[in-house]
Design a protein around this ligand. Structure first.
Ligand code: FAD
Length: 446
């Protein structure tokens, strides 16, 4: 029998684009919605590289989830990591940051946990080649980039100095391209005349890509334009290469002929490959759902799991028609899932039409005043591409204050090349207990 007193309980795992749009679609539904995320903020991932390179602050790309959803009175936000789903008991198990356990009962479940960095079975690379998926990752990369120039300034061995001034990026997709362009701009413009012992403009930026083109998803013409712009900036592009080793001193790369080369570099950043977080495997085990090689969960055309009409999977972690991992796919699937739950609560008998993705295109920033944009037959590059990029990001950034702040920061960077968000933290080092050999401790007067 229907219980008309207790509102339907909807649990959304993940407060990224998909989770946020699902929650928004449920705003006026008679439902008690719980958004559970292991991070307290909603993050605009496409601008992580701007935070990492010092253009935008963390507050401009990430907002507390409960702030974003404060006017959604039926939504409650919880800081916890979902670890398991019990579809029989209809509960999600989650772990609080202090290790405490939560059981979240649901009538409808929307899974929107995104994807994480993959090292293609070489997890040992992660220690020396961080990826960029979270705010912590971006701030860590910011530290690595700016610290590398500081280290070069005080390095006395020329080879060591060279190693600090060499930056290697693995992956020629949008993130690798964006970071490569940013580092060359930092070296050539932002840090101009700031260092005394080194010329920052001499920094080498190496970009390694396994296929035969950077930004291959944008088609041959835009990919070629992007490669040309990067080369003009001074980025060295190595196509058809596979990284076979990474350590603190650099990376080893195999080319198409099988020849191995070691590139000395103290900064290696990884932007290639994604895989599903562990909770996706737990869900698949519990429901018998299929996963692809990267762990995406196969769904029905209405985004439900086969045999589980109360569980919907959305965003990057959803496997449907080989849809790409794009913010727009996440927003549209999240909104669709939220609406479907709302319609079912409202008692609409008609089954929802299958999900249909409306491709609004994609964009990648290369450097000041240069970007590529592909939207159906429209292909833009150079200055027009950059203007389109600007518009798209202003429209999609969450919150008016973030939009206004970002616009101001972009104007400053565009006009002067300087960056306001260069601060990075350094962990304190314990003072060494023994004075270095050959040096006496200073005499104390008594
Ligand atoms: C560096 C970078 C650049 C990008 N650039 C672009 C771009 O230019 N254009 C574009 O369209 N797309 C871009 N993308 C892709 C886009 O950001 C993703 O497609 C989009 O964020 C996917 O949304 P989502 O909601 O599925 O996942 P996410 O946005 O990743 O959100 C998943 C959420 O789930 C949470 N979560 C994960 N596991 C758990 C758990 N077990 N329990 C609780 N919470 C959990 C996470 O903390 C996160 O908040 C980029 C991505 C990255 C990383």
């Amino acid at each position: 029998m229907e219980d008309h007193v207790t509102p339907r309980r909807v649990v959304i795992i993940g407060g990224g684009f998909a989770g946020l749009f699902a929650a928004r679609a449920l705003r006026h539904a008679p439902a008690a919605v719980t958004v559970v995320d292991r991070r307290p903020h909603h993050l605009f991932q496409p601008l992580l590289y701007q935070c990492a390179s010092g253009i935008l602050s963390e507050g401009q790309i990430a907002q507390p989830l409960r702030t974003v959803l404060r006017r959604h009175h039926n939504v409650n936000c919880l800081l916890a990591e979902a670890t398991d789903v019990d579809p029989g008991a209809k509960t999600v198990r989650a772990r609080r940051p202090d290790g405490g356990l939560l059981e979240l009962p649901y009538d409808d479940l929307i899974v929107a946990v995104g994807m994480r960095q993959s090292y293609f079975g070489h997890d040992e690379f992660a220690a020396h080649a961080p990826g960029m998926k979270t705010l912590d990752d971006a701030l860590g990369i910011r530290r690595r980039i700016y610290q590398a120039f500081e280290m070069a300034e005080t390095a006395t061995d020329p080879r060591e100095r060279r190693r600090w001034l060499t930056f290697a990026l693995v992956g020629g997709g949008p993130t690798g391209v964006e970071l490569a362009g940013q580092i060359r701009e930092i070296a050539g413009h932002t840090l101009d005349r700031e260092f005394r012992a080194v010329d920052s403009a001499e920094a080498r930026v190496l970009l390694f890509e396994g296929s035969e083109a950077v930004l291959g998803a944008f088609g041959p013409r835009l990919a070629e334009r992007a490669a040309r712009t990067l080369r003009d900036l001074g980025v060295e592009i190595h196509l058809g290469t596979t990284v076979t080793g990474v350590d603190a001193n650099g990376l080893t790369v195999k080319d198409g002929n099988g020849a191995s080369t070691h590139f000395p570099a103290h900064t290696v950043l990884w932007t290639a490959g994604v895989e599903a977080p562990p909770v996706a495997a737990a869900l698949a085990r519990a429901t018998g759902a299929e996963q692809d090689r990267a762990g995406r969960i196969a769904v029905e055309p209405d985004l439900t799991l086969p045999g589980h009409p109360d569980i919907r999977v959305t965003g990057d972690v959803m496997g449907l028609d080989r849809l790409p991992g794009l913010a727009e796919v996440a927003m549209q699937t999240g909104a669709y899932a939220g609406r479907a739950v709302r319609h079912s609560i409202e008692g609409r008998k008609k089954r929802p039409k299958p999900f249909k993705y409306v491709d609004l295109g994609s964009a990648a920033y290369i450097c000041r005043g240069r970007a590529v944009v592909k939207a159906g037959p429209v292909h833009l590059s150079g200055r027009t591409g950059w203007l389109a990029w600007l518009l798209i990001h202003l429209v999609f950034l969450t919150g008016f204050r973030s939009r206004f702040g970002a616009l101001l920061s972009w104007a400053v960077v565009f006009a002067s090349g300087s960056r306001r968000e260069r601060a990075f933290t350094m962990p304190d080092r314990e003072p060494s207990p023994d004075p270095p050999a050959g040096r006496k401790p200073p005499a104390t007067s008594s």
